[in-house]
Design a binder for this molecule. Structure first.
Ligand SMILES: [Zn+2]
Length: 241
């Protein structure tokens, strides 16, 4: 079996200098990837101009969301910013049956908000609800959960990734900070550094999230793995269903 990976990123309102830094790595590796977007900005526009980047939506349904006061309003806001995008991962993985029904009614066809930690495989399935159906593609590796798991969740070197389908999720800010702990991220968010120079003191050295991300890109560049975006996964699954 060929090793097949999907690379996804949740933007989570990362500042433009961080988006550009991660974008530079992605453009150099020409690695296909799906970015779940929270906002528009000059860097987001540059990102979407890359052939290897596919957009998804990252709606915030939490109380106090800047995306809108109701689930419908949140979806409308993002779907107006990014017309024609029909794949979603919700911020903080907020999900419920009424929310999925609302997403289906709005025209969302694919949901990637189910996290099933590796080595659980990412088998897609169709969920049928009163407003219609939605394809759900679970994902099984996430940077912040790997940090919380502190060694209990397999990292890149683990053989668990060598023969199985893995869907990774990264946060650009955790890559940029090469995060080893989430305290580092919280301190960064509190300080709100506006430039790379101001952000420098929050960056870790050694074996952090950024180093792990670089290894993933190197594995792709050595052609050790096949990459499939979320939409490609959805199309392939639907054609076999
Ligand atoms: Zn998020």
């Amino acid at each position: 079996m060929t090793t097949q990976w999907t690379l996804t990123l949740d933007v989570d309102w990362a500042p433009d200098y961080i988006i550009r830094s991660v974008m530079k790595k992605i453009a150099a590796a020409k690695i296909p990837c799906t970015w779940f977007l929270t906002h528009k900005s000059p860097a987001v526009d540059e990102l979407l101009a890359l052939d290897c980047v596919e957009p998804g939506l990252h709606p915030n349904f939490l109380p106090g969301s800047t995306h809108g006061a109701t689930p419908k309003g949140v979806l409308q806001h993002l779907m107006t910013l990014f017309p024609g995008v029909t794949a979603v991962r919700t911020h903080s993985l907020v999900q419920s049956t009424p929310l999925l029904m609302e997403m289906i009614a709005a025209g969302i066809t694919t949901d990637v908000s189910l996290f099933l930690p590796a080595p659980t495989p990412c088998e897609p399935h169709t969920l049928h609800l009163p407003t219609g159906s939605i394809l759900r593609i679970p994902y099984n590796w996430e940077d912040d959960v790997a940090i919380w798991s502190a060694g209990r969740m397999p990292l890149f070197e683990s053989t668990v990734f060598l023969s199985k389908r893995t869907i990774f999720n990264f946060h650009p800010t955790l890559i940029y900070l090469n995060a080893v702990t989430l305290d580092q991220y919280e301190a960064f968010k509190k300080a709100k550094p506006q430039t790379p120079e101001e952000a420098q003191r929050f960056i870790s050295s050694g074996n952090g999230t950024g180093a792990f991300f670089d290894k993933l890109l190197q594995a792709y560049q050595r052609r050790k793995v096949e990459m499939q975006t979320i939409n490609e996964t959805a199309v392939a699954w639907r054609s076999n269903a």
